[in-house]
Design a binder for this molecule. Structure first.
Ligand code: GSH
Length: 216
């Protein structure tokens, strides 16, 4: 059955891999599932056809036969449950990997998104310079804890899993801020994720979309 995901026609990051279709592409590559991509404009994302797939008018979405999903955590979990490669067989290890997926999107991603939003949307506010250090310290608070837990391990809990895929995807957004470099073990962790052939294929695929010459 063909899997189709949606992605930005033109990603605001110009192909740095921060748009969330990249993590879904990465999961698809890890489990060896071919997929098609339907590109959508910002306008089309808010129109009824797309809203029927994604109530919040965002990307990515995932379609497979009569199944339609949104939310990257859910899409990656769906893939990890149906195909080998992203979740351990042992029930407890599996539950722990899923816990890390939730930790990535629920606990680590929010302060990182807050920092991105501040940088993009609050720069012209009189209070920007006062607030920014507070936002950055909230990110550091989470990274301190994550870094302490990881120590010198390669992955969060034994072998690479969907938990790592989500966590690395979330941490990648910090690269431009320089904060990640304050945590050598986390910077190395992210680099290990990016070095995976499946990530490379996912990254190249989204980059190709964003560097293609305009159709005309
Ligand atoms: N929690 C959602 C977030 C989805 C999301 O924020 N998508 C962004 C692209 S990375 C988007 O579509 N932004 C455009 C908008 O919200 O209008 C997920 O993980 O799938």
């Amino acid at each position: 059955m063909t899997i189709t995901i949606t992605a930005f026609e033109k990603s605001p990051d110009g192909g740095k891999g921060l748009a969330r279709d990249t993590r879904v592409r990465w999961a698809l590559e890890e489990v060896g599932q071919p997929y098609a991509v339907r590109l959508v404009s910002f306008r089309a994302m808010k129109e009824p056809a797309h809203l029927a797939l994604h109530p919040f008018g965002q990307i990515p979405t995932y379609e497979e036969g009569d199944l339609a999903l949104f939310e990257t955590g859910s899409i990656v979990l769906h893939l990890a449950e149906r195909h080998a490669g992203l979740l351990p067989r042992d029930a407890n290890a599996r539950a722990r990997a899923i816990t890390w997926m939730f930790a990535a999107v629920n606990t680590v991603e929010p302060p990182i998104l807050d920092l991105s939003a501040a940088r993009v949307m609050e720069r012209d506010k009189s209070w920007y310079e006062d607030r920014l250090p507070l936002v950055m310290d909230r990110v550091r608070g989470r990274l301190n804890q994550l870094s302490a837990r990881m120590g010198d391990a390669d992955w969060l809990d034994g072998a690479f899993s969907a938990g790592d895929l989500m966590m690395v995807s979330v941490l990648l957004r910090l690269r431009a801020s320089g904060i990640l470099d304050e945590y050598p073990n986390l910077a190395a962790y992210v680099a290990r994720g990016e070095a995976r052939p499946a990530y490379q294929r996912a990254f190249e695929a989204q980059l190709a979309v964003n560097t293609a010459p305009p159709k005309g």
